[in-house]
Design a protein around this ligand. Structure first.
Ligand code: NAD
Ligand code: IPM
Ligand code: MN
Length: 355
């Protein structure tokens, strides 16, 4: 097949980890006879420095005209002055809104070799296999913002239609898994959460084979640490999803291994690791590229429909996690490029074994 992939490296470790993910995609294309065309564009802090805005029109045009978008990370101390007129993060939020990618999938499994790096006891991590579906284009992130002398307001708004479409997506995904959906809200306090809960109950009732449980977000934050293997698909609003998925990522041993796929109504998706630009390690060549590489696997699966190729990348990553070729965040000494090369070598071995 032929596919146009827009690459947005962004800031900090973004360029380092996206280079690794692109190398994997190139190899997958070469081996399987696909033609992947990559075009790089600016987003975030580097776009502010180059053209004064975090999401230039040329970047938007490239993204909407491509089959998939692969993003590194945006932001960093250079652009973090609270008084700044524009921020790198506005570029990312603007892109999510412009692409209409309302469902952010953040899968989380704990590789047995990494269980020892988690703050939880390894025995509590057996069988953890979570899929967060985070609403991505609504809530407090996108509500009206205002600031007066000593008051600031972030409006949190959700419509029935916004809740319905993300819950439907979560139900479809739950049907292909264990069929257990947990919806997380704060319905004992927030009106948006009461609307979320009512709508979720109505939508889930349409899906045979999907069971629904509600949890309040404060309690869910605790349950993720005490009973992480008890959950399957967890659907929640934008801000709760942001917080809970970083918490859950710590169970997997490092923020550096978690991927994400942001999907809308069509096939075009935005793929990015869940970590940020990691300014503390940027430019050193030691960032873990696995979150970005697994995001490339999600790109193959969800935007290009290449399930076998996506699975092959995931199997290769698992094999690398079994080896000693790990970056520092996972207790190893390998560089970003060494890990990427190990994944490439595993892809080759698996293909030779299959031939
Ligand atoms: P962060 O995720 O960048 O870093 C948190 C910690 O995790 C740091 O110690 C970092 O070194 C480590 N880490 C993260 N990714 C890693 C990787 N791949 N390999 C090894 N270690 C890794 O979060 P932060 O420090 O709170 O944020 C830094 C900047 O990134 C902020 O400007 C923030 O807005 C931005 N950010 C961007 C995105 C995105 O672009 N999607 C996501 C989160 C944060
Ligand atoms: C994420 C990030 C972003 C978010 C920031 C950088 C805007 O934390 O992708 O999780 O809050 O959505
Ligand atoms: Mn986040």
């Amino acid at each position: 097949m032929r596919a146009d992939i827009t690459v947005l490296p962004g800031d900090g470790i973004g360029p380092e980890v996206t280079a690794a993910a692109v190398a994997i995609l190139r190899e997958v294309g070469r081996r399987n006879g696909h033609v992947f065309e990559f075009s790089e564009h600016l987003i975030g802090g580097i776009a502010i420095d180059t053209c004064g805005e975090p999401l230039p029109q040329t970047t938007i045009d490239a993204c909407v005209n491509s089959d998939a978008v692969l993003l590194g990370a945006v932001g960093g101390p250079k652009w973090s002055n609270p008084q700044a007129r524009v921020r790198p993060e506005q570029g990312l939020l603007g892109l999510r809104a412009r692409l209409g990618v309302f469902a952010n999938l953040r899968p989380l499994r704990v590789h047995p070799r990494l269980a020892g790096l988690s703050p939880l006891k390894a025995e509590n991590l057996v069988g953890v296999d979570l899929l967060f579906v985070r609403e991505l284009t609504g809530g407090a992130y996108f509500g009206k913002k205002s600031r007066e002398a000593d008051v600031a307001i972030d409006e949190c708004r959700y419509s029935v239609a916004e809740v319905e479409r993300v819950v439907r997506r979560a139900c479809e995904l739950a049907r292909g898994r264990k069929g257990r959906l947990t919806s997380v809200d704060k319905a004992n306090v927030l009106e948006t959460s009461r609307l979320w809960r009512e709508t979720t109950e109505r939508v889930v009732a349409e899906y045979e084979g999907v069971s629904l449980e509600h949890q309040l977000v404060d309690s869910m934050a605790m349950l993720l640490l005490t009973r992480p293997s008890a959950y399957d698909v967890i659907v929640t609003e934008n801000l709760f999803g942001d917080i809970l998925t970083d918490e859950a990522a710590a169970l997997a041993g490092s923020l550096g291994v978690s991927p994400s796929a942001s999907l809308g109504a069509g096939r075009l998706g935005l793929y990015e690791p869940i970590h940020g630009s990691a300014p503390d390690i940027a430019g050193k060549g030691i960032a873990n590229p696995i979150g970005a590489i697994l995001s490339a696997a999600l790109l193959l699966r969800h935007s290009l429909g290449l399930e076998d190729e996506a699975h092959a990348v995931e199997v290769a990553v698992d094999a690398v996690l079994d080896s000693a070729e790990l970056t520092r965040d996972l207790g190893g000494k390998a560089s970003t490029t060494e890990v990427a090369e190990s994944v490439l070598a595993q892809l080759t071995r698996k293909q030779q074994a299959a031939a």
